[in-house]
Design a protein around this ligand. Structure first.
Ligand code: CUA
Length: 315
């Protein structure tokens, strides 16, 4: 179950999981008590042979009234302690930890992650160091979304013209699945993303590579150069997508600077293979209904191949 909050892998998710467990166990205890008490009363005061007319009627009982007011008050008081504690834990990452700061842009239907400490942006796949808190500032440029990585954190609303904050931390390396959790249009269910948690050294190397890639290097290979020509001149790709350092600075679609190193396409929908990328370019509507990505069905097989190779060479 890649998207289960019942399998927490970090401190923020664990706090929520513990709170949920406590509430669930208390609710089960209350439910069982009420069920047993109801069955007992039904059995104990059932009609017996020889009973005539209405049984004696009792009106008001102060002791009982006080008791069944006090018990819920006590249960809520017990719940309040960990709830308040959780609210404080979730409000901000631990002060002594050096947090990674990332700005998240939710858009119909993908995500861009801007690494504020290192000044670069990647689309749909968030790479983070294991064991370090990640401070997210989330916002939207169209409608309301909700950002959720079930194994790592609770949800946070992604609202236009507003910046919300959430933090989380992954304790184990691995790939975590994320999902938009607020209905946001036709392809809401297909607004996914991935979080890849890697050891600090690996993360540092990745950041270095990303920072270096901010300077655009034009391809020298003939096929890749043909792909670049299609992307930057013949088709309108550059108007909607950004490739760092190049003339492509569009913000309508996901950032493609590192498309070649991503594991997935179309916001976590498909494996990043040449065949899948071709399917996507030929008919994105078939894969993600409502997307603003136009069809490029008129490209010759050769040009399509060049465009795909060019995109996949961006790492
Ligand atoms: Cu974005 Cu649902």
């Amino acid at each position: 179950m890649p998207q289960s909050p019942l399998d927490p892998k970090g401190p923020a998710a664990r706090v929520l999981y513990e709170l949920l467990s406590l509430q669930t166990y208390l609710a089960i205890a209350v439910g069982v008590f009420i069920a047993v008490a109801s069955i007992y009363v039904i059995y104990r005061f059932r009609e017996k042979p020889g009973d005539t007319g209405e049984p004696p009627q009792i009106k008001g009982n102060h002791k009982l009234e006080i008791l069944w007011t006090l018990i819920p008050v006590l249960i809520l008081a017990v719940l309040a302690v960990p709830t308040v504690r959780a609210a404080f834990v979730l409000a901000a990452p631990p002060r002594d930890a050096k947090a990674l700061n990332v700005k998240v842009y939710g858009k119909q239907w993908f995500w861009d992650f801007e690494y504020l400490d290192h000044k670069f942006t990647v689309g749909n796949e968030l790479v983070i160091p294991v064991g370090r808190p990640v401070n997210l500032t989330v916002t939207s440029t169209d409608v309301i979304h909700s950002f959720w990585i079930p194994k790592l954190a609770g949800t946070i609303d992604v609202i236009p013209n507003r910046e919300n904050k959430i933090w989380f931390q992954a304790d184990e390396p691995g790939e975590y699945y994320g999902q938009c959790k607020e209905f946001c249009g036709a392809s809401h269910a297909k607004m996914r993303f991935r979080v890849r948690a890697v050891p600090q050294a690996e993360f540092d190397a990745w950041v270095q590579k990303r920072v270096a890639a901010q300077k655009y290097e034009a391809p020298t290979d003939a096929v890749l150069a043909r792909g670049e020509q299609i992307f930057m001149k013949e088709k309108t790709c550059y108007a909607c997508h950004a490739i760092a350092g190049s003339n492509a600075e569009g913000q309508v679609g996901p950032n493609l600077t590192n498309l070649g190193e991503r594991k997935t396409l179309a916001a976590g929908l498909m494996d990043n293979t040449a065949d899948n990328l071709k399917l996507w370019l030929k008919d994105p509507q078939a894969i993600k209904p409502g997307t603003s990505m136009p069809k490029f069905a008129d490209l010759s097989a050769q040009d399509l191949d060049a465009l795909v190779k060019y995109l996949q060479s961006r790492k």
